[in-house]
Design a protein around this ligand. Sequence first.
Ligand SMILES: [Zn+2]
Length: 204
Amino acid sequence: MLHLSEQDRITYRYLLKVEVLKKVVPDRLPHELAVNGAQFVFCPDGDQFRYAYDHACRIIEAHRDITRLHVLTRFGGGLVLPADSPLHNECLGLHGSIFASQTMKHMDLVMLYAHAPCGAATEAGMSLAESLDVLCRAKIDLKRAAQERGANIKVACFLHIDAGPEEGRKTFFFPNGQWQLLTRHKPVKRGEPWPGHTSQAANR
Ligand SMILES: [Zn+2]
């Protein structure tokens, strides 16, 4: 099984400290949106899938008796969507599947995931920070594609993280707006540590 890299652990702890990663509160999802279930866009990773899926089930079950998740898997999950993502070659018609699922199942809610450590992301040389940056763009791209098709979808982003035996597995809500504000001052650059060699980052 993969382990979080030291740099990704620094990024993770920093994001917890500045409260960009949020505890998921199922009741905060608009009921009218979650009552039909959701599309669950995750990585097929056999070490992590079940944990993230169970977590998503609990979110949806807060809004309906029986869980209803339409599962769409690609290596890297939501990270495949942006055309400039290092994992875009894994996209394989995901846009089409999402819009088809919405039409067939009337599921307007799309739960878009990144997870770490992710074999596909690691293989593509992506750090946790870069993965989150790509996840943020994935939501923007999907909303744009939906607008072009006149489809009304709501996209929520999540990060599932396996921080090892001591800190365990957790799934967080990932607020795009907050990430954009944060990275306006501290942009993510490929191959460079993020948030950088600041005293804040070192304080872990
Ligand atoms: Zn993965």
